[in-house]
Every structure is written in C-alpha cells, then in structure tokens.
Design a protein around this ligand. Sequence first.
Ligand code: ASP
Length: 333
Amino acid sequence: MKKRHIKNLAAGLIAVFAVACSATQPAPGERYVLVIHGGAGTIRKADMTAEREQAYRETLEEALRTGHKLLQAGSSSLDAVEATIHVLEDSPLFNAGKGAVFTHEGRNELDASIMDGQSGKAGAVAGVRTIRNPISAARAVMEKTEHVMLSGAGADQFAAESGLEIVDPSYFYTPERWQSLQEVLKQDSLKTTGNDSKFGTVGCVALDQQGHLAAGTSTGGMTNKRYGRIGDSPIIGAGTYANKEVGVSCTGWGEFYIRHVVAHDVAALMGYKGLGVTEATEAVIAKVGEAGGDGGIIALDRNGQMSMSFNTEGMYRGAITESGEIVIGIYQP
Ligand code: ASP
C-alpha cells in the first residue's frame, strides 16, 4: 500500500515538474507530417550502450523515412501510418510485432488499432497471436468489416482469410523479452519491472497532402499480463484517436489511459476548448500523472504542429517535416 502511494506521489510530481518534454516546432513555413513513438518508460542514458542507442535511432529514422516517402509520393495518411508501423513492428527493439512482450503464460498476445481522421472510421484487433503485422489487421477490420474491434482466435482467423501474413507464434520469441518475463515473474507484478520492459508500444500519426490525418498504435501490451488482459492500445479513444483536426497515439500504463480516455481527451480539449496541440497533450498527460499513471502521448494537428509529451524518464520518439527534416529523441530533453 505504502509503496503504491509513494509511486503515485512520485508519478504526480513527475507530471507536475517534468511534463514539458514536448514539442520542437518546425521553422516558419515548415510543418511536420509524421510523428512516431516507440514506447515510454524507465529509459535512462546510463542504462544504454552506444550500440543499442544507435540501433534505436536508426530504426526510428527508417520508420520516419518510410512514411515520409509515401506522403511525398501522395499516398494517404493511412498508408503512411501502416507502413511506418510495419518498420517498428518488424524490429525486435520495440514491444510490438516481432519484439512483443510475453504474457504470464509465456505467450505473445498483440493489440493494435488505426483510425482515419477524415472518415472517422476505425479498426482494431486485440489478443492476436499469429498476425505478423497487427496494424494491417486493424486496418483490414476497418476497411473490410462493419465492425471496429475483433479479438483472439476470431481476429487471427479473419486476418488469415484476409490474406495477411500469418506466422507461427514462435516468430515473436526474442531472448530479451523472455528474460524480462522471468525477472517480472520473480516479483509477480504487472506494475514494477525495474527496467523498461514494461512498455515499448509503437505509434504513428500522419498528415497527408490532402490534409487528412490518421493515427495508429501497435503493442504486445504489458509483460506478465494475464487472463486475456487488453490495454488501451486497441481501444479507440483511449490509445488511438483521429479526427479532421488532430491525430493521437498513446503509450504507457494502459489502464490509466483507458480510464481517462486519453487520446480522445486530447482531441476534445482542442475541439471544445480551443487548446493547441501542445497544451492539450500536456494537460492530459498531467492528469494521467496525477492519477498515478505514466507514459506518453504523440499528437499531430492538421496544420503540421506536433507534440510528444511524456511523464516518464524517456520515450522513443521522432518526427519528420514535409521537407524531410528529422528530430529524434529518447531521454528527457
Ligand atoms: N499502453 C500499453 C498497454 O497498456 C503498453 C505500452 O504503451 O507500452 O498495453
């Protein structure tokens, strides 16, 4: 109890004092067209080797350039979000696709969602075990069914019938994530892993040449999750949201993001209260922190203003402007 209270207090303080880890706005006349995150958490420079940091930076850059290339060629924001997230899902570095964390039982159960800001359509999958790129399954749910979310074996079957790439569950095995599970199992807690293995979700928001926004999020969830636990990432309004004004993708302790309907709350503050993208994400992440939750939010508005806010020690993140200028960050600024 006491420990929990101290943790909440600490999270609140982090939220109050360190929340302004936000936006670098582009030079006049420039606008951001793609923003990504690769998860927030206890990410410290002291714990990172130069090689590992380099690998993260290179993959974030590859993801940004992939989406940017499509946008430059006139592709839709949805195409850019899907392709960008593929790069992150295919990397073992992030807790999504290939690098997904393990459940209590030693399985990988993946969640993803995508939303098209222009049409207001959305799709999601939860608890899937055989889909190589869950973000594509989320998109297929949005485009090929009249539903928003499919889960478990049914979602795996739907993906196979839709012609998506199906893999053996062993594809998702990585020694690092397996080791993290063993460490967490010793503590038997979802909440304190003492390293950054808890988080690592990936997300992307894109703005295309038509001025249309899309957002997507993909994750393996939280290490040691059990009983079919589903976090915020596949829940529209919690982990992902997009409308004609802003796109949002979240990462962090999912239960808090669900309770606070975080992604939609950012859009609501902008739409109803007239807040800018930075003010809105900072207000919402502060609220999450005050409640005892931790994590981050990325958002991009229709004018190409973006924000990357978090109340943790770090968040893998990056953004690219229309002309191809890149910003990448990992730690607190
Ligand atoms: N939000 C994710 C979840 O709770 C975890 C994360 O963002 O890393 O499932």
